[in-house]
Design a protein around this ligand. Sequence first.
Ligand code: SAM
Ligand code: SF4
Length: 439
Amino acid sequence: MKKLFVETYGCQMNVADSEVVASIMNDAGYELTDNAADADVIFVNTCSIRDNAERRVKNRIQEFKSLKKKNPELKVGILGCMAERLKETLLKDQEFVDIVAGPDAYRDLPSMLDKVKDGRRMANVVLSLEETYDDIVPVRLDKNGVSGFISIMRGCDNYCAYCVVPFTRGHERSRNPHTIVDEARDMVAKGYKEVTLLGQNVNSYSWNENGETVNFARLLKMVAAVSPLLRVRFSTSHPKDISDELIMTIASTPNICNSIHLPVQSGSTAVLQRMKRSYTREWYLNRIETIKKHIPGCGLSTDVIAGFCGETEEEHRETVSLMKEVGYDFAFMFMYSERPDTLAARKLVDDVPNEVKNRRLQEIIALQQESSLKSNKRDLGKVFTVLTEGRSKRSATRMSGRTDTNKVVVFESKDIKTGEYVDVRITDCTAATLIGEIV
Ligand code: SAM
Ligand code: SF4
């Protein structure tokens, strides 16, 4: 078999897509290698979400250029969001790249490789209204064999003003629920204990065929029914689709994890309107209140953008006050980065100076650190069922795993194996980690 090296940047969707690519390439006679220098083909699955994500990829691929000098037979392909955004210009700018393939073109990769054998170079960036890769059994790329991803929908129709995703991943489409359940069954048979259902807007999942209608709450229940020992998570939800039905489904199904990632982006209704987020501060806080009422102790995390177009100091303070009010366990926080062709790039002015964006970002990062520490301190003395993921990176005598609420727990253990459920009492913590002992 020929050798394929895949490097993945960006979100979990990209990891899931690389697993689909590995499967398609496997069928075409390629096996994976961990060593780029060994490969016949290198694919880089890329991210466009912020300018620095693209810059990182552009720097890294220069290393593949030198590999190509040593081995002229080597083929290099750029896949994913950057491929879709930059299209043929990537071939012009990076003369050592042979293939450019957008997120809906992965079935075409083997035939593209065939065609570029003679030195031609090719791009396929056609976006599809139907492609969900639902018949492809992904080659799992995770290292622990305990937790894996299932992509349940693709694309996004929300067109948030700052976001490039609808342009790089095309229209929203949901995958046949029966193929999703089959994939979950296959994972359980292979020993997996946790599955994360993935989509850019995962809770707007909706499938209708021959009179059968499945929404996201129903799909979660179907996947949870595969095995009581399978933990079910999902990412990323849009606040507009966190329905009462969905909250009640999480509350009433023991193996659907009590953990919700609900990106708020800003605590100011005026900024949310400029962002085209389709909800207000009050509406978001009402959803959080409903979650807290029906799922006590639910893990809550979010995404926040600092310094969006026109953000005033007062609007920034509203984000700070919302974060305080919710008390998130965890947050991904970013400085606003203007992306070409988005509504914000066309219609708004990126007018918050970089040093102000950065100061606001540092402020919310510091606040989140405090909030995470507070949340972890509340867990001292409690007992959690932890799903172990492997040895702790910092200490060979400790195991590391996660609570149902998605917190990382480390504890001393000699004989517990990866993939076991263990009850652990929390004795100490940092802002990032709970430390405990087996009960
Ligand atoms: N679909 C998800 C949602 O609606 O929340 C997340 C999609 S995106 C891959 C992940 C996060 O990147 C977003 O939630 C947002 O906070 C951030 N992001 C997206 N575009 C950005 C931009 N232009 N500048 C800074 N951060 C951005
Ligand atoms: Fe981007 Fe908004 Fe779609 Fe999320 S919902 S992927 S932020 S456009």
